[in-house]
Ligand binder design. Structure first.
Ligand code: SF4
Length: 189
């Protein structure tokens, strides 16, 4: 739910919506799918663009009920490539949302590419500035052991460095990754 609710909004707003759903005992696929669209929209209003997100949540719940009987655990045993393709075909699920669902909710070894990942890797000349989502995902996955816990931690570290140091204007002087620049300035992006 969080992967969809966080589209185009800060996580703090998502947490409020999740708290509301939890308070109503609705963090369960079958119960949530039974909530009328207008009521669901009211419950997730704090996450913003609630009409769009209501549609997307309901589309995902329909998928989860059909393919996993409402349980993420069922998706852990599926062939990863066909599962990813099926998720990408759900209306409103782009690659970042799909991969967040696969990694964080299903525990599958898929790296989630976000703006921080793109920025750090491009500034360090590891990817070209206009690299596609798939090219970045494939680059990271091919250089790390295929381990969901590692991908989870690595992504969290990239987010931390992006928030604290690799901002719109990079703050390299006290960044833990400054030595990886090997004395060169970060590439302009
Ligand atoms: S050293 Fe500079 S370019 Fe590299 S991650 Fe840190 S802030 Fe960004």
């Amino acid at each position: 739910m969080g992967a969809i609710l966080t589209q185009h909004t800060a996580w703090t707003n998502v947490e409020r919506a999740l708290r509301t759903l939890r308070a109503h005992k609705l963090l369960e696929a079958r119960r949530l799918a039974a909530v009328p669209a207008a009521d669901l929209g009211r419950l997730i209003r704090s996450a913003g663009t609630f009409r769009v997100k209501t549609r997307r949540l309901r589309s995902f719940l329909k998928f989860l009920l059909a393919r996993g009987d409402g349980r993420m655990a069922r998706l852990r045993r599926e062939d990863l490539q066909s599962l990813r393709a099926a998720l990408l075909a759900v209306p409103g699920l782009g690659p970042e949302t799909t991969d967040a669902i696969l990694l964080y909710a299903a525990g599958r070894p898929v790296f989630v590419v976000d703006a921080y990942t793109r920025r750090v890797l491009a500034r360090h000349r590891l990817i070209p500035p206009g690299a596609s989502y798939e090219a970045i995902r494939s680059f990271v996955e091919s250089h790390l052991p295929s381990d969901p816990r590692l991908f989870n931690e690595y992504h969290a570290l990239l987010v931390a460095v992006g928030k604290r140091h690799c901002r719109t204007v990079p703050r390299c002087l006290d960044c833990p990754l400054r030595f990886d620049l090997q004395g060169r300035p970060p590439r302009a992006i």
